[in-house]
Design a protein around this ligand. Structure first.
Ligand SMILES: [Cu+2]
Length: 237
């Protein structure tokens, strides 16, 4: 009964293609998403194999009288297989992880948009140097909005002035720390429009929970209109 439930749960989990991860909204997030699917499927396969081995052993070697079983202390073939197989699995997963990491952290040859992201206790500032636009919001009032165009790469230059914060939008499937004195960079290429909630993902003090922001991915023309409106509002040329 219990094994049937476990198999049922595993099958149900495997039937969901995202395996619980948010649907990615960026190209880089798509790479992480594929890696996650690979890891999850590998875990399903290992789990199913182990369950099968346990069931086989329980049935095949159940007590059958008082005869003394084989007293051999080792089985070289089994030992080699159960040592080599996990090592091989770890090597494959490691190579896939390094490949994905390279894809995700590779800086775009020519980023179209640049946004200077500054985190502070307790809020965010998004500065668009080319457009002369600055969006600020502190302590959730109002929640600052990061607006980026869909289909083009936006380079986020991450800075912190006080303590360590972390830029996190679940749908981007990436998290990057903002460390005082370090110039971290995150290139994102949104693949679909929408509004995605973001937050600071590094405990940074008493009001850390207030560090929410919103990310709005819009079509390029809409982005241009928005930038022009913001620049006019703040009196920039
Ligand atoms: Cu923070």
């Amino acid at each position: 009964m219990a094994p049937a439930v476990v198999v049922g749960l595993l099958t149900a989990a495997c039937a969901v293609p995202s395996f619980g991860a948010p649907r990615p909204a960026t190209r880089q997030g798509g790479h992480i998403f594929s890696l996650w699917q690979g890891f999850f499927l590998a875990a399903c396969a290992v789990g199913a194999f182990m369950l099968a081995l346990i069931l086989y052993t329980v049935i095949r070697y159940r007590a059958r009288g008082d005869a003394v079983p084989d007293q051999g202390s080792s089985n070289r073939l089994a030992e080699v297989v159960y040592t080599a197989t996990p090592i091989a699995i770890v090597i494959v997963l490691f190579v896939l992880s390094v490949g994905t990491e390279r894809l995700v952290t590779r800086r775009s040859a020519g980023p179209v948009e640049v946004v200077e992201v500054t985190a502070y206790q307790w809020g965010w500032e998004f500065r668009y140097p080319a457009e002369g636009v600055t969006v600020t919001g502190a302590e959730n009032d109002p929640v600052p909005e990061l607006v980026v165009p869909v289909g083009t790469t936006t380079r986020l230059k991450l800075e912190a002035h006080d303590v360590i914060h972390s830029f996190f939008v679940p749908e981007f499937l990436e998290k990057r720390d903002l460390v005082p004195g370090l110039h971290n960079v995150l290139d994102i290429t949104p693949t679909r429009t929408g509004v995605f909630a973001g937050r600071c993902a590094e405990y940074c003090g008493l009001d850390h929970w207030r560090m929410d922001f919103s990310t709005r991915v819009v079509p390029e023309p809409e982005f241009r209109t928005w930038a022009r409106e913001q620049a006019t509002k703040s009196g920039a040329p």
